[in-house]
Every structure is written in C-alpha cells, then in structure tokens.
Design a protein around this ligand. Structure first.
Ligand code: AMP
Ligand code: MG
Length: 395
C-alpha cells in the first residue's frame, strides 16, 4: 500500500497542463494566469496628488510661514499647464501634478484669503505626491504566470490597462455518485435511502479550484449501470471523480466497472485515514479518481489529491493547501499506522479536533475549517503539542 506522499507524487506526476485561452476580466475570477502580467506603462502613469490641497514648488516657500497667490486648478481627468513661478495651484486627489510643482500642501493646512493661500509649515519635496511609476515601473512584473486571479489581482490587471488575460482552460470534471441508498436531496424518501451529499460538495469544490463540474445521474450498485455511467462520464472530461463503491464490500463495483469501461488503475489504497480505498488511474487522456463514499473520506481525498491535481492541470503556482503549526487544544488518542487527517476547527489559540471523528459524519465537512495532519508513526498527542494543520479554505 502506498504512503500518502508516494500516492500524491504519483497523482501530480500524471498532471498535464491544459491549453490556455484569452478571457475578459469579468470572466477571469479564479482562473490561473498563463503569462506574466507586465506593466507596459508606469503605475501610476503620471505624478498625482494624494490629497485635496495646493500644488507648490517647495523652493518658492522659504522657511516657516508662506503666502502665495493661487493660480489655476488641476482636477482629475484634466490636464493643466505648468505651475507659474511663485504661485500655488488648487489641486484634488488623483489629479495630475502640474509641471514645476514638487509637493502638495493639504487643504487642512492652508488658510484661504481670496486669491491667496497662507501656510505655516513648509512641506518636504515630494510631500503628498504619488510619483509616476511609484507602484510599478514600466516593464515591471505585476503578476507572475501561475497566479490565481482573485478580485485584487483582477483589479491590478485593469490598473495596468489590460482588458483580457491569457488563462488556463477550465478543467472539465465529471462526477458519478454510486449507491442504491442515494436519492437527490429534497426528493421523496424511500425506506433505507439517504440524500446524496458528496456530489454537491465535490461540484462546489471543483468550482472553487477553477474547474467546470458535470454531475451525472445517480447510479445504483449495479455493475452494468456503473460501467455505462463511467463510459458516459469519461466523454469530454479531463477528470472523472467517482464516489463510493471502491471498498471491499460485495456491492463495491466501481473498480470492476472502471476496468470494463477501459480505465487503467495506477494505484488502489493509500495508508491514510480516512480515505484508505482511494483509487487513481486514467482512461485515455482522462484521469480518474475513485473516491470513497464516506463524506469525510471524500472531502479529505478530494482536498489532498484531486484539488492539487486540478491546480497542476491549470499551471497554478500554489498546488497544495496552506499548512501551519498550531497548538493542539484537547488531546488525541490514537494508534500509529496510517497518516491521519482529523477534521478540526481553528481559533486564535490553536486547533480543536471536532468531537465526532467518524468518517461518516456529514457535520464534519461543514464544521471543520482545517485538518490536523498526524504522521503515520505518531502516538497519541497531548494538549499543547504543536501539530500540522491544513487550512481547508486554501484547498
Ligand atoms: P461506500 O464508499 O459506497 O462504501 O459508502 C460509504 C458510506 O458513504 C455509506 O454510508 C454510504 O451511504 C455513504 N455515501 C456514499 N456515497 C455518498 C454520497 N454521494 N453522498 C452521501 N453519502 C454517501
Ligand atoms: Mg456504496
């Protein structure tokens, strides 16, 4: 049985980079940049006032109190002539600094008397001026290739005057949930049935990591039906996620169905808890995960294997979720053996494992914001121990 690290290395080695496409900024949220974004012009593009006030030439002011006639005005979006010698010019935040001026005195520090401005202190050269290129020089890199575009990054694209960006195509991810017991949430209950929930979580997760999910109809525990659904799901997909039916029970039919649908398995079973039955393979150019059906197992294996794979396919420079070390609040009883990922909640003081650590607990995946990552050979952990904590919000 593979270790966690061996299994994840194999998964990441199987990733191939998807094609890129150009999209408008409004369509680029959560997408991964494929070319570095370079500022063609300085940012800001011209010297700008950072305050409402008066543009001055500091050499005109002498030392201490000063008085200058106010001549002209510089407003945002308009260009004015130069600052005449021994004058001050009215100026507003974001307006271009007139040539000749080297500082702005904020209006709160100026007394106006008709056409004249009086000040009591002399600003340093450059005061309240945002220099052209002060944020980025022309030719400087604004964002590297591999950056995932969040709201701030999109705004920076616009600030450097770019309306379209080259990003990775979205991975197409098919999701097939198996199990006679499953029915869509909100549908009429049958005896022994439960609402399907993993497909809901996985589709949302796929979107969160930049993919396009496609959920297929629920499949019963029937080999032919499962084979047909898998064959269908493989069409046009970059990745297939099956859910459930990969354990060793009599009705766990996903592996034989994957085989019948022409998939080759790379590995089956990993020394992790939960998620031991994780299965990985490929069919043509479509990669395939058989995720175990227990909700926590499905979440953990998606977060730690499938999400990094989807990021690698998009050229994301950040493949793995963020890991911190935090003090354990409470203690953990365990036997060494498998690398263990415990649903937990973080606070300012540390991390607390959720009370219900069953891999079948749907509350866990809603209430956890982190996984405590415990080494295979680790014994029980006592309160205060520093533990590795995987941040689920960075999956
Ligand atoms: P399995 O991996 O098929 O043996 O399923 C393990 C457990 O997870 C069983 O209790 C299933 O009812 C449950 N389960 C499987 N798939 C889903 C699903 N898509 N949504 C919610 N629970 C599921
Ligand atoms: Mg099942």
């Amino acid at each position: 049985m593979l270790s966690f690290d061996e299994a994840r290395d194999r998964v990441l080695e199987a990733a191939r980079l998807l094609d890129s496409e150009e999209v408008l900024l409004d369509d680029a949220l959560g997408r991964v940049l494929r070319e570095a974004l370079v500022a063609r012009e300085p940012l800001p593009p011209f010297d700008t006032s950072a305050m409402d006030g008066y543009a001055v030439r500091t050499a005109d002011l002498g030392a201490g109190a000063w008085t200058l006639p106010v001549v002209g005005e510089s407003r945002t979006g308009h260009v004015t002539g130069p600052l005449a010698p021994a004058t001050a010019m009215r100026i507003f935040t974001g307006a271009q600094l007139p040539s000749g001026a080297d500082a702005v005195v904020m209006q709160e520090d100026v007394e106006r008397d008709g056409d004249r401005a009086h000040g009591s202190t002399v600003p340093a050269p450059g005061a309240h001026v945002r220099r052209a290129g002060g944020d980025l020089l022309a030719g400087a890199q604004a964002l590297p290739a591999g950056a995932r575009l969040g709201p701030g990054a999109l705004a920076l694209c616009a600030s450097v005057d770019v309306a379209r960006v080259r990003v990775s195509r979205q991975p197409r991810v098919a999701i097939v949930c198996t199990g006679d017991e499953l029915r869509p949430a909100g549908s009429a209950p049958r005896p022994g049935s439960i609402p399907e929930s993993n497909g809901v979580a996985l589709a949302a997760f796929v979107r969160q990591v930049g993919g396009q999910p496609r959920r297929l109809p629920l499949v019963g525990d029937d080999r032919e039906q499962t084979t047909r659904a898998i064959a269908d799901a493989l069409q046009g997909s970059d990745l297939l996620l099956t859910v459930g039916g990969v354990s060793v029970g009599d009705h766990d039919l996903v592996r034989p169905a994957l085989d019948a649908a022409g998939a080759t398995l790379d590995f089956y079973k990993v020394r992790i808890k939960p998620g031991k039955p994780l299965t990985f393979g490929h069919a043509g150019s479509t990669l395939v995960f058989g995720l175990p059906g227990n909700p926590v197992s499905a979440l953990v294996t998606f977060a730690l294997f499938a999400a990094p794979l989807l990021r690698a396919m998009q050229g994301d420079s950040q493949l793995l979720p963020r890991v911190r070390r935090l003090p354990l609040l409470g203690s953990v009883e365990r036997k060494p053996g498998r690398r263990t990922f415990m649903p937990a909640r973080t606070s300012d003081d540390g991390v607390t494992p959720l009370t219900n650590q069953s891999s079948g607990a749907p509350t866990s995946i809603a209430w956890a914001d982190a996984l405590i990552d415990v080494d295979e050979d680790s014994e029980s952990l006592s309160a205060g121990a520093l533990v590795r904590v995987i941040d689920l919000s960075s999956v």
